[in-house]
Design a protein around this ligand. Structure first.
Ligand code: ATP
Ligand code: MG
Length: 267
């Protein structure tokens, strides 16, 4: 079974891409076959893995417009045990170009249909908006969304609108769409504000918050400039431990043991 999770929050800079990269990498290290799809024209996930997005001519944009099959856009990094469909700035035009296309909200889901079964996990990194690209990400999310929330002032701002979009997408396009979990990011244990945000999010969503909390850690911010996930850049940093714990928590919740063996096979 392939589990497809989409990282979404229309708020910018909350840790979607950092989570997409590092969660993917720890799932890969745990023996899972992982594909990361960069659905953002900023192409941050692409650059974070050391790929120059200016050189990408077979990526998310090309699969969305039907120019190439998705399998042709997959790049595999053997040392990182991770595959990616990269993005490029071409994706910025997709929103407008695809507006007239029939079935424009399901282009990604349809494009990656043939990849199902090749991977245990597909993670999709969304841009900071609720536009057509994100709707494609939500429609493709067969097993739900992961919502990173930054432990900062106004952390919950925009969540009502996001939940409304999720509901609409569930009704119109993806009846199985669920919230797999809210992920608290950039937690600073020295500040009351961070602690207050954790309490507030846990109060509002008692069953939906991941126990793993990602601390603010400079190593996580440095790793992308080396084109590496935290597991390769600073494996003994607090940020690395937190993302490793998140991967373990996700797999446990998905009934997958740490060895990567599926304990419960029911689909
Ligand atoms: P966008 O909405 O623009 O796509 P995003 O939600 O994907 O942003 P990231 O790019 O992951 O957010 O993170 C925003 C910035 O914060 C980046 O510079 C990243 O390196 C940094 N950052 C993310 N998580 C952490 C963390 N836990 N500790 C320190 N820095 C972090
Ligand atoms: Mg991002």
């Amino acid at each position: 079974m392939t589990r497809i999770y989409t990282l979404v929050n229309q708020k910018g800079g909350v840790g979607k891409t950092t989570t997409a990269i590092n969660l993917s990498s720890y799932l890969g290290k745990a023996g899972q076959r992982v594909l990361l799809i960069d659905l953002d024209s900023q192409a941050n996930a692409t650059s974070c893995l050391g790929i120059d997005h200016a050189t990408v001519s077979a990526g998310t944009y090309e699969i969305l417009i039907g120019q190439i099959p998705a399998a042709e856009a997959v790049l595999h990094n053997t040392s990182l045990q991770l595959s990616i469909i990269p993005s490029s700035s071409a994706l910025a035009g997709a929103q407008i170009e695809l507006v007239e296309v029939a079935g424009r909200e399901t282009l990604l889901r349809d494009a990656i249909k043939n990849l199902k079964g090749r991977y245990d996990y597909i993670l999709i990194d969304c841009p900071p908006s609720l536009g057509l690209l994100t709707i494609n990400g939500l429609t493709a999310a067969s097993h739900g969304v992961i919502i990173p929330i930054q432990c900062e002032y106004l952390a919950l701002e925009g969540l009502t609108q996001l939940m409304r979009t999720l509901r609409r997408t569930r009704v119109a396009l993806n009846p199985g769409l669920t919230v797999r979990g809210l992920l608290l990011t950039m937690f600073d244990r020295r500040t009351n504000l961070s602690r207050d945000v954790v309490k507030e999010v846990q109060k509002h969503f008692p069953e939906n918050v991941f126990q793993s909390i990602i601390p603010r850690n400079i190593r996580l911010a440095e790793a992308p400039s080396h084109g590496l996930p935290i597991s390769a850049y600073a494996p003994n940093s607090p940020g690395a431990f937190a993302y490793q714990a998140l991967a373990t928590e996700l797999m446990r919740g998905d009934n997958i043991g740490q060895s990567g063996i599926v304990a419960d096979n029911k689909e």
